[in-house]
Write a protein that binds this ligand. Structure first.
Ligand code: G3H
Length: 541
């Protein structure tokens, strides 16, 4: 079967879907969690359409996989009030709880979460079209993240379980919570990225309002009961619905102390500016990126192609860390393009459950049309799609398009495509990619491919001051999660990693006293009789 025909036949008939990957029934989510109470919504719901169409004898049918509540400002503010009440201006049960007890709650949650693995993985596949293998990875990586966070917190707490005496002042310095955190994750990693802010925020003693992304709401539904059972009432509250309806009231209330948002810088700015007391709001943001690869004349082409395929096309290029533009030296451009296109041709595309599949349908409404517009714009300005069938659309499916040569006039040069379009720019002088990075609105990561030590070393020093991770002969990526993940300019605010996130969602606070006999006796008694959870030398094993 030719490529075009394979693309036209990509969607299965109902009886071709292996039964183990089917959702047993549509998820009719009516419940939302507020103040420890699982409330039932009897108002309007939003249908969740899968990007996976169903082939009938006559047509391709969209499939609904479930519904979720379209809450209003009233429920959103009720969720906020529950979080505010649970925090109780820093006097709430969760905020003052000993770290060890908070850890026990999180361990209980993790245990409950693991029982939902199969269902969450299946929903990820059906709702956002992520391959089965990557959906499993998203779940397992999140569990690892939680376990690593617990270890990191124990370490942090151990270091703080002592007093310091400096200049005759005794002090105990710990990290205290910020208050109420609004957590909003993205649709490409609705579970993992939401949890990489929610979990550290939670474990540091903050209370949470979680707004799930659209698409990407249903994968969290099987975990609602675990949140309800594992944490005290009001510590985790959920909000669903149209972002523009339910999130502005949260911000204008002035009662959100930290905004953890992964998404577009435009949406982040719109939320940020609604807070009436901007200095009281901490923002931890993961935003757009346009990570370039710089391919030097000395690059090992096979390795470079392998990494650039992973970098540009893993999960259809729908990663904030994806390589979104490739600068290739003109000397080797032809050889690189030949190998790269050959590699694209061999990539498996299809349904998420198919073994080895890389390219799958796209969940964001209107995405294939948007990508087609970018490609058309580039073609109009002189570029070509150089791979067979590149840019072919079949409903929600967009076959990867390798676009060459891309120039600064084209939208693809600067716009974050967030999908399977690979713009390639030939260059003669290294100043071209360097200037590109310097002038870019984004500053997350870069990949350099080459074997010439001098050339690479000469690039590292200027580039570390432009982006936050320089990858050598490797695609851009977030992991391992213990490494810092951040960006400059419009790409991020704050740093996320297992240990950095604990710091991002807390503030250093200390108890201090002049070193005299009264204070020494006072502190000794408080510690000995375990009267305070903060002023304590308890050591978590
Ligand atoms: O979309 C952004 C994700 O954090 C990317 O993570 O590089 O591990 O796929 P990843």
């Amino acid at each position: 079967m030719g490529l075009q025909q394979q693309i036209q036949n990509i969607f299965p008939a109902a009886d071709q879907i292996p039964s183990e990957f089917l959702l047993t029934e549509p998820i009719n989510q009516r419940e939302y969690l507020i103040g420890g109470e699982m409330r039932l919504w009897d108002g309007p719901q939003e249908d969740v359409f899968s990007p996976l169409r169903l082939q009938t004898t006559t047509e391709l049918l969209p499939q609904t996989i479930g519904k979720f509540p379209l809450l209003t400002e009233t429920e959103s503010l009720a969720a906020l009030q529950a979080a505010v009440a649970a925090y109780d201006r820093g006097r709430g049960k969760w905020a003052v709880m000993p770290v060890q007890q908070r850890i026990e709650c999180l361990q209980d949650f993790t245990y409950r979460m693991q029982t939902q693995r199969d269902q969450v993985v299946k929903i990820l596949m059906w709702e956002i079209g992520k391959s089965y293998v990557d959906s499993q990875k998203e779940f397992d990586r999140t569990i690892d993240y939680i376990e690593n966070t617990i270890d990191a917190l124990k370490n942090l707490d151990r270091v703080c379980s002592r007093f310091e005496i400096v200049d005759k002042v005794i002090g105990q310095i710990r990290r205290a919570p910020l208050g109420v955190v609004l957590c909003m994750g993205p649709c490409n990693y609705p579970l993992n990225e939401t949890f990489t802010t929610l979990i550290p925020a939670l474990i540091m003693g903050n209370t949470i309002v979680m707004k799930t992304p659209r698409p990407g709401t249903l994968p969290v539904q099987p975990l609602l009961e675990a949140f309800q059972k594992a944490f005290p009432p009001g510590v985790v509250n959920t909000v669903y619905g149209k972002g523009r309806m339910v999130t502005p009231p949260l911000m204008t209330s002035g009662q959100v102390d930290a905004l953890a948002f992964i998404g577009s810088s435009k949406a982040a700015t719109n939320l940020d500016k609604l807070h009436p007391k901007p200095h009281r709001l901490r923002t931890i943001l993961g935003l757009e990126a346009k990570n370039p690869a710089i391919i030097l004349p000395s690059a090992d082409l096979d390795l470079t192609v392998q990494e650039c395929i992973l970098g540009t096309l893993s999960f259809n290029g729908q990663r904030c860390t994806a390589l979104k533009i490739l600068f290739v030296h003109r000397q080797i451009a032809e050889a690189f393009l030949e190998k790269f296109v050959a590699a694209v041709n061999t990539l498996k595309f299809g349904m998420p459950w198919e073994p080895g599949v890389v390219v799958t349908p796209l969940a964001e409404p209107g995405k294939p049309e948007y990508l087609a517009e970018l490609v058309e714009d580039a073609k109009r300005l002189g570029a070509e799609v150089i791979n067979e069938a590149g840019g072919t659309v079949n409903e929600t499916f967009f076959y990867p398009a390798v676009v060459y040569p891309v120039t600064p006039q084209m939208r693809l040069y600067d716009e974050e495509q967030f999908g399977p379009v690979i713009p390639i720019v030939p260059y003669d002088d290294l100043e071209t990619p360097i200037e590109y990075i310097v002038n870019s609105n984004y500053g997350q990561q870069v990949s350099i491919f080459g074997q010439d030590r001098d050339a690479i070393a000469d690039l590292i020093d200027p580039l570390v001051n432009q982006v936050c991770r320089v990858n050598l002969n490797s695609q851009c990526q977030r992991g391992p999660d213990t490494f810092p993940f951040t960006g400059r300019k419009d790409s991020a605010e704050g740093t996320l990693s297992v240990s950095d996130a604990l710091r991002s969602f807390s503030i250093r606070t200390l108890v201090a006293a002049k070193e005299n006999s009264l204070n020494k006796a006072l502190i000794t008694e408080i510690v000995k009789e375990r009267k305070s959870n903060f002023l304590s030398t308890d050591f978590i094993l």
